[in-house]
Structures are given as C-alpha cells and as structure tokens.
Write a protein of this length. Structure first.
Length: 289
C-alpha cells in the first residue's frame, strides 16, 4: 500500500518535469555551428523553419502555431543559423545549403527518420530544397509565404542589394518596400526608422548579410521540381508580393496545391487563424500512419 501511495505522489512530479523539459531551450552541434531548438507535444513529428531576420519564438510561438500543432503532434522548431539563439557565422559559405543540412542534422540528432516540414518565407525556400535534396526525410512539405526561385526564373536577383543595404546601415528599407503589398503606401521615413532600429537592435548584421549571399545556392531546377513525389501545400496571403514566385513554383512542382488567405500579406499570414487551420487539415490528410 505504501508503495502505491508513493507512486501516486511521485507521478505528477515526473509528469511536470517531463513537460518542463519539453519546453526548455536545447542545443546541438551542426557541423560546428550551435543550433537552438525546442520540442513540444508528442505524436507525428513536424519540423518548423522560420523566415529571415526572425526566430522560432516570433515566427511560430507568438502566432499560436506551435500550440495548435502540439495538441497531437511532436513539434520541433529551431532558430536558423545566423538567427535567434543559434550561432551567427559571418562567412556566406556557412549558409545556403548548410541551412538545408541543418534541418537534416537536427532530425538525425533527434533520431527522427521522416518529418512533416513547414517553412515560412526563407524557411519555405529551405523546405523547397529539402524536397529536392533529401525527399526521403520528409512526410510532407508546407511552403508558407514563399517558394524557392527556379533556376530558370527571370525574376530579378536583389539579394546582393539587400546584403549591401544591411552592411551599409540602410538596413531593411529596400526589403520592407519590396514586401509592401501592391497598391498599399510604402512605409514612411518614420516607420522605416523604427523598423531599422529594431532590426539592428535584435540582429547580427554581418551574419544576416552572409545569410542573404548564401541564398543564391538555393534556387531549384525545374527538373527536380517536376520529379517530386511528396504532398506539398503552399499557404500565402493574397496581398503577398511573393505570390508570383509561388505560382511559378506551383506550375513546376509536382504534387503542390496552393491556398490563398484573402486579405493577408507577407507579415500577417502566419497569425491568421486560417493558416493554422489549413496547415492542420493538410497534415491530417497526409499522416504517415
């Protein structure tokens, strides 16, 4: 009887400890670069990859995406190298395809063979590359707010200009203007000043300039897009200037369906309730077991 009472008293402590451990910051070594990640929930794994200049907390936790997915899934979210609590090398060679490999190394570290991968903006570009380079590690892919550029695309390459802006002190001015929805007024000088103050206050500018320069290695060949055999969902706002890139990828990427969230732009889409709802519906439809 005493043993039974001891178990009853002890089991809530064990449960509480396990829950705390799931929410704690964790780190692993990805080919010499320390990567920060968190795990919440249990069930089929979902790997979340955030966008440029942001981190897992602001991209996924603040809008409630982690909480929504963790109800019946194992959610793994990490800070890309150059961002958040992860290491921030300054060499462009440390980015690009190395960011794709970070996702695979994290799955290896956690001994996860396959996962649903969800990326937003830059994270969508990384996810798009995972589809073509490591399809055996994915159950499904979700491209939020963007897609990779096609190698054959005639889209202007502004990456070097964005990188030079960051290094020169102009910060996010050009990028903020680029992401302004068509027909909407451009950010005012006062708004740009606030945006850039926040950008430089939160980030390592040299690291993020290197991130952008590394992105040139993440264009996807049409032949590889056509060879895809996995289910892919694109989620993008109707006011997002990157809808054109998503449409071009959708025309080439086998198995891709697109859902447009009306009235949402590049910044607001992840916080819209439709984003989590449509994502969960897609994941439910494509469970591996």
């Amino acid at each position: 009887m005493a043993a039974k009472r001891c178990f009853i008293l002890f089991s809530p402590v064990v449960l509480l400890t396990a829950l705390i451990a799931q929410a704690e910051d964790q780190f692993f070594d990805s080919a010499g670069v320390k990567i920060h990640y968190v795990i919440e929930g249990s069930g089929e794994p979902v790997l979340l990859i955030h966008g440029f200049t942001i981190d897992l907390e602001r991209q996924w936790r603040a809008p409630g995406v982690i909480a929504a997915l963790a109800k019946d899934r194992k959610v793994i979210a990490y800070d890309n190298r150059g961002h958040g609590k992860s290491d921030k090398p300054h060499d462009p060679k440390q980015y690009g395809l190395e960011m794709v490999e970070d996702a695979v190394r994290l799955l290896d570290h956690l001994q996860i063979k396959r996962a649903n991968v969800v990326g937003y903006s830059m994270g969508a570009t990384i996810t798009n590359n995972l589809l073509t380079i490591h399809p055996e590690r994915l159950i499904s892919a979700t491209l939020g707010g963007a897609a990779a550029k096609l190698e054959e695309s005639d889209e202007p390459n502004l990456d070097e200009q964005f990188a030079e802006d960051i290094e020169s002190g102009r910060g996010m001015t050009r990028l903020a203007q680029f992401l302004t929805p068509p027909g909407r007024p451009l950010p005012t000088e006062e708004q740009l000043k606030a945006i850039n103050a926040g950008f430089y206050g939160r980030n390592d500018a040299k690291a993020l300039a290197a991130v952008i320069r590394g992105m040139r290695d993440l264009n996807v060949a049409e032949a590889k897009a056509k060879a895809n055999q996995l289910p892919v969902l694109a989620l993008i706002g109707s006011l997002d200037p990157l809808t054109g890139r998503v449409e071009k990828m959708g025309a080439k990427l086998t198995g891709m369906s697109t859902i447009i969230i009306e009235g949402a732009d590049h910044m607001t889409t992840p916080g819209r309730p439709e984003f989590a709802k449509e994502l969960i519906g897609f994941l439910d439809k494509h469970r591996s077991n």
